[in-house]
Design a protein around this ligand. Structure first.
Ligand SMILES: Nc1nc2c(c(=O)[nH]1)N[C@H]1C(S)=C(S)[C@@H](COP(=O)(O)OP(=O)(O)OC[C@H]3O[C@@H](n4cnc5c(=O)[nH]c(N)nc54)[C@H](O)[C@@H]3O)O[C@H]1N2
Ligand SMILES: Nc1nc2c(c(=O)[nH]1)N[C@H]1C(S)=C(S)[C@@H](COP(=O)(O)OP(=O)(O)OC[C@H]3O[C@@H](n4cnc5c(=O)[nH]c(N)nc54)[C@H](O)[C@@H]3O)O[C@H]1N2
Ligand code: SF4
Ligand SMILES: [Mo]
Length: 898
């Protein structure tokens, strides 16, 4: 009998429930949990492939000190001793923790308690600083608390959903699926996308506003002005001035303050001026503003295009201002909605994991809150001033101020701006501890002490999703090797630092109960975060805990799904604040670096690819780092499609594949954040991004940096498929991806090319293998393949121009038996036989369906996503590729019509 365990997906903040099923032979499969209120059974491509990412290949299984395996006692003693000695010698602010929204709430709680309450420093920050900090700061400025007012259902109930700086279809796919289903049921519902790029989310939108980067505040300030002066819109010429029917005067007067100041800062709405600032035309602006004016049920969803900016907090408040002005907050189908990225970004905020927060949504600057937390923890000391935020924290590591650093569940050498400086800082730090699940990441390689943490499927605790819903992550696999959960590692160090009684937990249930008690402790309804109903939860109840939304106060069965409908906020006077915001678009013109570098995510990869990089099917969608650039820019730079481009900033450079597309605006280049030194020779995009931060949130502007671009003059390009992972790849450019049956490698060199056939032999490590080769000295093409009997060990295809071999066909050769000579020669012929038409680039990773197959199906009468699904199965499992299928079909329309 298979064992079935209900748990939560460890990727994005949608927080989908999954059912993991473990068969008698240990095989794991994962499906969506039909009862989980976040997804009702749905999953996206990453969630569906979870079972393919949990093997032990590459796992860190024993603690290591200076590269040598040691037992836990030695490792933990050393960490405790070095932290204690550093604190004794240089004070509590000479040490720091850098955590992650991928820790569970219980892990996060104990780490925060140790640093703030027992070490007595607030030098504890998290990768949420790179992710949500501007939303947190915006919420706190407007509401007096970090509260996300709405629920997912609001997106389904709204008449207008505005997605700002959010690629929802790729980054919150199940929420996007819910939105798409709601729109299908109610086609009159309108979706607006505000994003400089035409992403796959534009496919879902009725209106795409391709704004100038960082002009969001100008757009929403314009909206605030128009709400007051609707006469500025053509459709409303006779609206009464100064008494606009579009403002909720009652709400403004009784529940807010600062409206006039915000309005004054927004200025008199002038569509031409707004058009100039945002790069949109007046028609687009008035369409957008009219939609907002005419539809009360409006939700504005925002994400990293808003947060990751030097003016991120102002952008957030410019959006919230419009919702406050119309009273559209906390009611069904209405509200500003910051969607969180990581599975437990919200849980981290709840425990106060940020350097400027205290536990349970309390404020570090508030003496009463300090007293509450210190009293509750019975702690000897408590930090009363905010600690260093991520960018400053790593600067302090670099300057030597921080002498002992513990990094948990994050990879700052790849994800922090000025990543090479961050790397240098970590190298220079006298004592670095990294807790991770893998044995090799760009950060872990620099650690003095490596601590093996339990991974998803093994760890046990809770996470909070974007709609404040707390769900359990339950283990269904045993702890491998000596790995231990993060909460255990932290408490063991705390005990050894002399704080045994405060960290004496026998499991996550006890930690969760303490966290719940603190949330309710001396909380008379004046703090939003209260889960006092779980203050006495025991192990059994914790094991059976059903997903629930907070607040859940003790003694109440809370029916409240939303915050603020009653107009009561968490500021001292209970009123929300309008925040005056400047609509000025930062001018970053720099003649040396003429391009805007926009960065972000792709559909099937997660961050630094430590998990998604393990799954062949997730690596089949985008197999190498790339730069999307507009055809006009490519032509000026002399870059042909599929050639390589070098991007250079004042901080560093990358070499990536050029993806020429008119989805990109001229002058702007998009590069994904995912590639690291583990997967590519020079793809760490954060090495280029300058550390510019928002003054209120300290969040770095990961978007919209400045770069120069030039063609990478390759002397040779190569593509290899290999049954085994290659050890070294001697080339200026390489990118490695997993595929069924082995690995695929893209290669380019600029100088002398290596001897390709010897290289292939080195990689395949089989001196008896049979080598087949093909050389055309005229065209410069070379192809080699090595066989052990019928098995292909590896093949390499070399050309002077980008290698034209079909990747999906080539990859299949690794798992195809090549019994006779004719079949083996077909490999070096480099193309599929007539009986095996090329699939083209993979679009549907669940069923391995490629773009060429979709084009062919369109040619034979499949003109919509449904008929493609019937004919090829593409898009019928997780549905993450449906937007791409639609865009491929649309591109075929003129051809079909001819
Ligand atoms: N597939 C996948 N999904 C993920 C993740 C992943 O790694 N992979 N990571 C998760 C995490 S932690 C996060 S934080 C979320 C992020 O989710 P999103 O924020 O949706 O993703 P991004 O691609 O970072 O950025 C969103 C968009 O912002 C746009 N943008 C850039 N500058 C501006 C601007 O000035 N204004 C506006 N309006 N838009 C701009 C970019 O063009 C981009 O399309 O995704 C989560 N989900
Ligand atoms: N240029 C640019 N940079 C960005 C962004 C961007 O859009 N553009 N986005 C930013 C954002 S929003 C985010 S959230 C960050 C994400 O960036 P990171 O947090 O650096 O990326 P991850 O790959 O998620 O790193 C997680 C690490 O934790 C390990 N891990 C996984 N599970 C566990 C566990 O249970 N315990 C422990 N101890 N370790 C575990 C993984 O192996 C991995 O090494 O990147 C930021 N950087
Ligand atoms: S949308 Fe996808 S990645 Fe996000 S939680 Fe759901 S299944 Fe996981
Ligand atoms: Mo994030």
């Amino acid at each position: 009998m298979a064992k079935e365990v209900k748990t939560t997906c460890p990727y994005c903040g949608v927080g989908c429930g999954v059912i993991a099923s473990v068969a008698d032979d240990g095989a794991v499969s994962v499906r969506g949990d039909p009862d989980h209120p976040a997804n009702f059974g749905r999953l996206c491509s990453k969630g569906s492939a979870l079972a393919e990412t949990i093997d032990l290949d590459g796992r860190l299984l024993e603690p290591e000190v200076n590269g040598k395996k040691v037992g836990w006692d030695r490792a933990l003693d050393l960490v405790a001793r070095r932290f204690s000695e550093t604190i004794a010698g240089h004070g509590p602010d000479s040490v720091a923790f850098y955590l992650s929204g991928q820790l569970l709430t219980e892990d996060y709680y104990v780490a925060n308690k140790l640093m703030k309450g027992f070490i007595g420093s607030a030098n504890i920050d998290t990768n949420s600083r790179l992710c949500m900090a501007s939303s947190v700061a915006g919420h706190r400025r407007a509401f007096g608390s970090d509260t996300v007012p709405g629920t997912y259902e609001d997106l389904e109930l709204a008449d207008v959903v505005i997605l700002v700086g959010s690629n929802l279809v790729w980054c919150h796919p199940v929420l996007a699926q819910r939105l798409a289903a709601a729109k299908e049921a109610r086609p009159e519902m309108k979706i607006v996308l505000v994003d400089p790029r035409r992403t796959m989310t534009a496919d879902l939108a009725d209106l795409h506003l391709a704004i100038r980067p960082d002009s969001d505040a100008a757009l929403f300030n314009g909206l605030l002005g128009i709400l007051n002066h609707p006469d500025c819109l053509e459709e409303h010429p006779n609206s009464p001035v100064g008494n606009s029917p579009h403002l909720d005067r009652d709400f403004i007067e009784n529940h807010t303050c600062g409206f006039e100041e915000a309005l004054a800062a927004a200025g008199c709405p002038d569509l031409d001026e707004i058009a100039h600032a945002t790069g949109l035309n007046v028609r687009e602006l008035s369409d957008f503003y009219s939609l907002f004016l005419k539809n009360e049920k409006t939700v504005t969803v925002y994400s990293q295009g808003v947060n990751q900016s030097e003016i991120g907090t102002d952008k957030v408040n410019s959006i919230i201002n419009c919702h406050l002005a119309t009273g559209r907050i906390g009611k069904p189908g209405m509200g500003p909605f910051s969607v969180t990225g990581q599975p437990n970004a919200m849980g981290g905020r709840e425990v106060g994991g940020l350097a400027n927060m205290l536990a349970a949504h309390m404020a570090i600057e508030n003496p009463e809150h300090l007293e509450i937390v210190q009293g509750f923890w019975n702690s000897p000391t408590i930090s009363s001033t905010p600690g260093l935020k991520a960018v400053d924290l790593f600067k302090a590591v670099k300057s030597g101020k921080i002498k002992a650093l513990w990094i948990m569940a994050t990879n700052p050498v790849d994800s922090m701006p000025e990543a090479d400086d961050v790397k240098a800082a970590i190298v220079a730090c006298p004592f670095v501890v990294v807790s991770d699940v893998l044995e090799k990441t760009d950060t872990l390689e620099l650690a003095h002490v490596k601590l093996p943490a339990a991974a998803w499927g093994e760890k046990d605790g809770t996470v909070t999703n974007s709609e404040r819903r707390i769900s359990r992550q339950r283990p269904f696999l045993p702890l491998p090797g000596s790995a231990h959960p993060d909460w255990w590692i932290v408490t063991e160090v705390a005990r050894r630092m002399g704080f045994a009684s405060a960290f004496d937990y026998d499991g996550p249930a006890e930690i969760f109960a303490e966290h719940s008690r603190l949330s309710a402790y001396r909380n008379n309804g004046d703090r939003d975060f209260d889960i006092g109903a779980y203050a006495e939860i025991d192990r059994q109840a914790y094991d059976g805990l059903q997903p629930f939304q907070w607040p859940q106060r003790a003694g109440e069965v809370s029916e409240t799904k939303r915050f603020f409908a009653d107009g009561a906020f968490y500021t001292a006077d209970g009123r929300a604040r309008f925040v005056p915001v400047s609509g000025k678009v930062p001018d970053r013109h720099d003649p040396d670096y003429p391009f805007t570098l926009n960065t972000g995510r792709v559909r099937d990869h997660w961050h630094t690819m430590t998990r998604t990089g393990k799954a062949a099917r997730l690596s089949s969608h985008m197999a190498e780092p790339f730069a999307e650039l507009h055809p006009d820019d490519a032509s000026v730079l002399g870059i042909a499609p599929a050639e390589l481009v070098r991007l250079i900033s004042s901080r560093g450079e990358v070499i990536v594949r050029a993806l020429v597309t008119d989805r990109q605006q001229p002058g702007s280049i998009f590069v994904p954040m995912h590639w690291t030194d583990q997967f590519a020779s020079k793809g760490r995009i954060d090495a280029l991004v300058k550390a510019r931060t928002d003054p209120y949130s300290g969040q770095p502007a990961s978007k919209n940096a400045r770069v120069r671009a030039e063609r990478f003059a390759a002397s040779a390009y190569a593509f290899a498929i290999l049954a085994e992972k290659p050890n070294t790849i001697p080339a200026d450019y390489w990118a490695l991806a997993r595929c069924n049956g082995g690995f695929r490698v893209e290669i380019a060199t600029s100088g002398d090319a290596p001897d390709w056939s010897s290289l292939l032999q080195d990689w395949c490590k089989n001196p008896d293998a049979e080598m087949l080769s093909y050389r055309d000295s005229h065209s410069g093409e070379e192809r080699f393949a090595l066989f052990a009997g019928a098995k292909l060990l590896g093949a390499i295809f070399v050309a002077r121009n980008p290698v034209a071999v079909s990747r999906s066909w080539a990859v299949e050769q690794l798992e195809t038996p090549h019994e006779d000579t004719r079949q083996r020669f077909a490999v070096i012929a480099g193309r599929a036989g007539a009986d095996q038409p090329d699939k083209g680039p993979i679009v549907c990773s669940c069923f391995g369906v490629g773009a060429s197959q979709i084009v062919r199906a369109a040619g034979s009468g499949c003109h919509n996503v449904e008929t493609i699904g019937k004919s090829l199965k593409a898009g019928t499992n997780c549905g993450s590729c449906r937007a791409e299928i639609r865009s491929i079909l649309q591109a075929q329309l003129p051809i079909a019509a001819e």
